[in-house]
Design a protein around this ligand. Structure first.
Ligand code: SDX
Length: 382
């Protein structure tokens, strides 16, 4: 392909600009990495805006005023119910099936019952309505499935609780403490959006064929599941569990690095000087550890962070602290990635809508390295 401008190959598309977006910037002001949602620094948003305000910002272009927020909140709460057919399916899918697989199925089923299912894929207003409904429904789907697989009675959504508190209430059966609610809401804000990560790229590629928003979100859920991406928060908890006690941490991580093991929750394709979200969530972990009266996991995490950063120059990413945070909230570890997905759906949908608003089919090339041209031999001669 030389001479056709097709001779540049970037494994894993590392460093390749595949889209232009007005949704998130992770270059940071000095190019050293930093996260902004539509021009607002994550450090300025964290702790000051709710997940609802963040989802509105991504889907509608700016932070809502009080009237817009009240109306958006009303729409989300009105959309929390899921179709009976999906609930029936939750009761038929074997309990051992991973919640990320069930969430992937859930998004597909939710599409069949969506009032805008027959809208044109490029219908902006219909896509925003679908996105708002999915944002509400995915949280209900994760919580209901959790209760069903545990043989527990369903906990109905509560209109007096915000998105974060309502999810925790539907999973555990009781409203969370304010510290828990605040920390969970913050984790959702931090997980909502991250430019052209693998799952967002999947969603945009799917949308670029003029497929529908739900199909794009199904593709994104399937992509996020992988342990190199969203599945890392579940794997990060397994690291902490394997270490087990602060006394083992230093030796365990030295041995693991000596074995060239990949430590889940560390490293990032773009952030080479630290993931700003990890630093923010680490503070929430300390606060929750204090509330639950057990700082053991913080004392295990510290030497691991120190060693991986010192030896491999790989700072922790968002999945490293979120694993501990969700443990403190009493959430099962296989819910960690579904929680990432139910937060990220607002970011995915914003990208799908942006793609469909100014679309061009995404179709990269591959460099052929297979067998040279050859003749077909009749079967008797093969
Ligand atoms: C998310 O892209 C996004 O924005 C994603 C995300 C989002 O919000 O959407 O931020 C969310 O997915 C965060 C990342 C979660 N994944 C993990 O924590 C899994 C563990 N991390 C890695 O596998 C890795 O760091 C990646 C996948 C995140 C990035 O990998 P790259 O850029 O492809 O780097 P690489 O695999 O080529 O590694 C370069 C070197 C290698 O060493 P050498 O072979 O050159 O000697 O760094 C080493 C790797 O072995 N390395 C690690 C490591 N990550 C990279 N070594 C030990 N532990 C690790 N975690």
């Amino acid at each position: 392909m030389s001479g056709t401008g097709l001779d540049e190959y970037h494994p894993g598309l590392e460093g390749v600009i595949a889209n232009e977006t007005a949704i998130a910037n992770i270059e940071g002001t000095d190019g050293a990495g930093g996260l902004e949602y539509r021009g607002y620094r994550i450090e300025d948003l964290a702790g000051r805006v709710s997940y609802e305000e963040t989802a509105f910002l991504l889907l509608h272009g700016d932070l809502p005023n009080p009237g817009q927020l009240a109306e958006f909140d009303r729409r989300l709460k009105a959309a929390r119910a899921i179709p009976d057919a999906l609930l029936t399916l939750f009761k038929q899918i074997p309990p051992h099936v991973h919640p990320m697989d069930v969430l992937r199925t859930s998004v597909s089923v939710l599409a069949h019952f969506d009032p805008d299912v027959d809208a044109a894929p490029t219908d902006h207003a219909a896509n925003v309505r679908k996105a708002e409904r999915l944002t509400a429904q995915m949280a209900t789907a994760v919580a209901y499935r959790e209760r069903v697989r545990k043989g527990l009675p369903l906990v109905a959504p509560r209109d007096d609780l915000d998105h974060a508190a309502n999810f925790l209430s539907m999973v555990s059966g009781k409203a969370p403490s304010e510290t828990m609610r605040e920390a969970f809401d913050l984790s959702l804000v931090l997980y909502t959006e991250h430019e052209l990560n693998a799952s967002t790229f999947s969603a945009r590629v799917t949308a670029s064929t003029l497929s529908d928003l739900h199909s794009a979100i199904v593709a994104a859920v399937g992509t996020l599941k992988g342990p190199l991406h969203g599945g890392a928060n579940e794997e990060a908890w397994k690291v902490l569990e394997q270490v087990g006690s602060p006394d083992n941490a230093e030796q365990w991580i030295k041995d693991a690095l000596a074995r060239k093991e990949r430590i889940m929750g560390f490293g990032h394709r773009v952030y080479k000087h630290g993931d700003p979200r990890a630093a923010i969530l680490k503070r929430s972990c300390a606060a929750l550890a204090k509330e639950v009266g057990d700082d053991r996991w913080e004392r295990i995490a510290e030497p691991i962070e120190r060693e991986v950063t010192a030896q491999k120059h790989l700072p922790p990413n968002v999945d490293w602290p979120s694993a501990r945070l969700y443990h403190y909230m009493g959430l099962d570890i296989d819910l960690y990635t579904p929680i990432f997905a139910m937060a990220r759906v607002a970011g995915w949908a914003a990208h799908v809508i942006e793609q469909l608003d100014h679309n061009r089919l995404m179709r990269p090339r591959a460099r052929y390295i297979g067998p040279p041209l050859r003749e077909v031999q009749p079967i008797g001669k093969r």
